[in-house]
Design a binder for this molecule. Structure first.
Ligand code: 5GP
Length: 188
């Protein structure tokens, strides 16, 4: 039996560049990471692939997953539901993979209760002005949603104390190097 893999939680406000940072370290063979594909009721963005970035489902299917206890955690975020598929994560960890969850703070808090040794990392922007610039630069959301995401970001930033590590995304490459180092230390 391989050693059970780590459960790594990566959080940070919308627009902070979690995906960009993640892309810089996720394929490092030394880290042996598998990405947990979440279930969501949000509409797919043009660049996203179903089953790769998210499992895009209807609200009814999501409610069924909650009812059947299929989710390790879930949360509502700016009008949509997002959740982690429990069996999928468990299977990967039992295969020895270090499983990476990219989730928001409410979900991270639920997991901390269940998985005491989860490795929790929060990515912060260099400033809130920079965060706003990045969200607007993405040009995928309407103004109302941008405002909601910004207000959510301020609230999320207040919870960084719940995380073991806080990494600033001034430069994605550097942030990824720091995160790689943190993961490697925990694999020892
Ligand atoms: P987005 O719509 O920008 O892809 O995601 C919105 C927020 O939901 C992000 O903070 C993202 O990390 C979070 N998120 C994605 N998947 C999950 C999940 O399975 N559970 C929870 N709690 N949050 C998630």
């Amino acid at each position: 039996m391989p050693k059970k893999g780590l459960l790594i939680i990566l959080s940070g406000p919308s627009g902070v560049g979690k995906g960009t940072v993640r892309d810089q370290f996720i394929d490092d063979p030394e880290l042996n990471i598998a990405y947990s594909v979440s279930m969501t009721t949000r509409t797919r963005r043009p660049s996203e692939r179903d089953g790769v970035d998210y499992l895009f489902v209807t609200r009814d299917r999501f409610m069924e997953a909650i009812k059947k206890g299929e989710l390790l955690e879930y949360a509502e975020f700016v009008g949509n539901y997002y959740g982690t598929q429990a069996a999928y994560v468990e299977k990967l960890r039992n295969e020895g993979k270090n499983v990476l969850l990219e989730i928001e703070v409410q979900g991270a808090t639920q997991i901390k209760e269940k998985v005491k040794d989860a490795l929790t990392i929060f990515i912060v922007p260099p400033s809130m002005e920079e965060l706003e610039k990045r969200i607007r630069g993405r040009r995928t959301e309407a103004e109302e949603i941008v405002q909601q995401r910004l207000s959510k970001a301020s609230k999320e930033m207040e919870l960084i104390g719940h995380y073991k590590f806080v990494v600033c995304n001034e430069d994605p490459k550097l942030a990824a190097q720091i995160i790689s180092l943190i993961i490697k230390r925990h694999m020892e």
